[in-house]
Structure formats: structure tokens, C-alpha cells
Write a protein that binds this ligand. Structure first.
Ligand code: C5P
Length: 226
């Protein structure tokens, strides 16, 4: 049976996490947050003092990662455990994000995570959130979304997220961090962040979460996926 898949790719802070979780809940489909895999690998490398450019060690670590996910209704995002420890908050730090972005440059680490990502495609369907879901991991997906938003809007959203968690950072610093990560993700040699040729681009700068979800669901219905 062909598993229906909706891929949602785009830069950090465009709202992919929230949108994908909502979509998966609405459709009762599985959810893959592939960025979390890269973040978990990054945290594991930091914990075990493995350098972000040690490709051979990262490859071994990626294949053997001891991780667990759980999507808890009503809670933003997915909870994650690494080697038995709840690391849901730890993997969201800017440091881990930057390290994940550097690890994501290594072809060996990327390919070691491929099978793990594809294993999420199970009935009744999958919503896959990432940078290369439509271009590399699930090229056959019948609906591919490229979700974007202006850098300033993404920085504002991140700022609010941090404040909600009792953490803070200045807006100009967040803008710089987002630009640096975009630059690394969009200009890398392997699986650079870009829309798949057959992707539908949605700019969420002036849209609500509900509006984005509705547009994606309408498109899925129009294509006969639901
Ligand atoms: O989406 P998130 O910010 O959690 O992803 C962290 C980093 O992991 C990204 O900056 C990107 O470099 C990398 N990543 C990737 N491919 C994916 C998902 C994430 O390269 N499919």
C-alpha cells in the first residue's frame, strides 16, 4: 500500500513544527520532525565530546542513536529522550541548533539518518517536517509544501517562544543567528534547503497557523490524498 505523505520543508522559524503537529493531529497521521534527529545527534556528539566534523564517528553515532519520541496532545512540539534522558528542552537551545546545522553538512551523517526517517512512513499517513523531506527523503510524496516567512518575522516568533519558556535573547542577535543558519542550510553541498521543483510555496509571514493548516488541507483534498 502506498502511504500518503505530506512533506513540509523550509527555514527555521517558519512555523513548520507547529503546523506539522496540527496537521498530524487533524489527520491522525504519524509525524516526523527530522530536525529533532539532527539535534539529538548533535546533543549526543556534544555529550560524548565528538567534534561536529568527525564524520566517521558521527556516522557510527547516527546509526546507533538511542532515542525515543512522543507527541503529547496539547503540548507544542514533540518530546524526545536521548539515552533514557528527557532532552526535549535541551535540544532546543541555539547551541544545539548550530551544532545540528554543522553536522547536517556531513554526507555520511545524513545518509546514516535516512533509513530512520523513512521508517516513519507508516499507515495511515505521514506528515514530514524538515529541510530535505520533499527533495531527498520522500521524493515520491504526493504533496510537498515549502513553508517560509521573513527573517524578521521568524526572529520575532523565536523571541516569543523563548520568553514563554522564561528564557530570552535580543531580537538583533536572533536575526543574526537565523541568518547564519539559513546561510548554512541553503548553501551547503549536500541536500541544501530549497523548494522541491513540484513544491507549493507558502509564505506564512502574514498568515495565522490556522490559515496555513487550512491551505495545506485544502490542497491535499484537491489532490485526492485525504
Ligand atoms: O528544524 P530544526 O531547526 O530543528 O533543524 C536543526 C538543523 O538540522 C537545521 O538547521 C538543519 O541544518 C538540520 N536539518 C537538516 N535536514 C533536515 C532537518 C534538519 O539538515 N531534514
Amino acid at each position: 500500500m502506498l502511504i500518503p505523505i505530506i512533506t513540509v520543508d523550509g527555514p527555521g522559524g517558519a512555523g513548520k513544527g507547529t503546523i506539522c503537529k496540527r496537521l498530524a493531529e487533524r489527520l491522525n497521521w504519524h509525524l516526523l520532525d527530522s530536525g529533532m534527529l539532527y539535534r539529538l545527534l548533535a546533543l549526543s556528539a556534544m555529550n560524548h565530546h565528538v567534534a561536529v566534523d568527525n564524520e566517521a564517528a558521527l556516522k557510527v553515532m547516527a546509526s546507533a542513536l538511542d532515542i525515543k519520541f512522543q507527541s503529547i496532545a496539547g503540548q507544542e512540539g514533540i518530546c524526545a529522550w536521548l539515552e533514557g534522558e528527557d532532552v526535549t528542552d535541551a535540544i532546543r537551545s541555539e547551541d544545539v541548533g548550530m551544532a545540528a546545522s554543522k553536522i547536517a553538512l556531513q554526507p555520511a551523517a545524513r545518509s546514516a539518518l535516512l533509513a530512520r526517517q523513512r521508517a516513519f512512513a507508516e499507515a495511515p499517513g505521514l506528515v514530514a517536517d524538515g529541510r530535505d523531506m520533499g527533495t531527498v527523503v520522500f521524493v515520491e510524496a504526493p504533496l510537498k509544501i515549502y513553508l517560509t516567512a521573513s527573517v524578521e518575522e521568524r526572529a520575532k516568533r523565536r523571541h516569543k517562544q523563548l520568553l514563554d519558556k522564561g528564557q530570552s535573547d535580543t531580537l538583533p542577535r536572533l536575526v543574526e543567528a537565523i541568518k547564519a543558519r539559513d546561510d548554512s542550510d541553503m548553501n551547503r553541498a549536500v541536500a541544501p534547503l530549497k523548494p522541491a521543483p513540484d513544491a507549493l510555496t507558502i509564505d506564512s509571514t502574514l498568515m495565522s497557523i490556522d490559515e496555513v493548516c487550512q491551505q495545506i488541507l485544502d490542497e491535499a483534498a484537491k489532490r485526492g490524498i485525504l
